[in-house]
Design a protein around this ligand. Structure first.
Ligand code: ZN
Length: 238
């Protein structure tokens, strides 16, 4: 693996996808910083698991320890104030009339990218890594490849500085995300993703399944459980 002598900023929520993205970045960039957003999520568990995941990842390889830099948590209260969704309010998680789940925060990732772009400029980082995925997702339009590519162009023009957005998970499904974790860091990384990353929309960490903690029934848990089952069955056959 060629090491880029650059800084990368990783959008790091503490979920399965962003944890694998962080490991992916630590393999490739000389310096890696993480960015999290506090936008009034119903459950702050996501924000709680981040520091633990960061130190656990750094402890996996001396190179990763050396490369992992600062963590930035950006407070975005305004996002919760202007949106009415199941991630920020006690609304039921279901499919709304729009055909999108009520967990959809309109434009959330666009806003995230603008803030990360501003931070990247200040930190002299030319690379931004994010876990958006178009393969098995809930249909969020701001996770699509075209949206991300448009943001890369907008940021590069608007900052007058070349910014590259990397989305290593864009074309793989959840099963392959587990496989990618194992490929990058072997069983220790796979175990860490299962044990410490958090996906459940309800913030439930009281139930432990073979795929990790969660309520087991919300859309995020279902996606993770299905992905893990597929990963395990594919793993057995190879
Ligand atoms: Zn759940």
């Amino acid at each position: 693996m060629t090491l880029h002598n650059d800084t990368a900023l990783v959008l790091f929520s503490g979920g399965q996808d962003s944890t694998v993205c962080l490991a992916w970045a630590l393999e490739r960039f000389a310096r890696v910083e993480t960015v999290g957003f506090d936008y009034g999520q119903r459950h702050v568990i996501e924000l709680d698991v981040r520091p633990r995941l960061r130190s656990a990842l750094a402890a996996q390889k001396p190179d990763w320890q050396a490369r992992l830099g600062d963590d930035h948590v950006i407070k975005l209260d305004a996002l919760a104030a202007i949106s009415d969704t199941a991630l920020t309010r006690e609304t039921t998680i279901e499919i709304a009339e729009s055909g999108l789940p009520t967990t959809f925060v309109p434009g959330r990732n666009l806003i995230f990218f603008c803030f990360v772009g501003a931070l990247a400029y200040r930190r002299g980082a030319r690379h931004i890594v994010a876990g958006m995925c178009e393969t098995d997702y809930s249909g969020y339009p701001d996770c699509r490849d075209d949206t991300v590519k448009a943001m890369q162009v907008a940021l590069t023009l608007g900052l007058d500085k070349r910014v590259t957005l990397h989305t290593p998970l864009m074309w793989i499904d959840k099963a392959d995300t587990f496989a990618m974790a194992e490929e990058i860091g072997g069983k220790p990384l796979l175990d860490l993703v299962i044990e410490d990353s958090h996906s459940c929309y309800l913030g439930d960490r009281s139930k432990r399944h073979d795929w990790g903690y969660g309520c087991g029934t919300c859309p995020a848990c279902r996606l993770r459980a299905q992905g893990f089952a597929k990963f395990m069955s594919e793993r057995k056959t190879t």
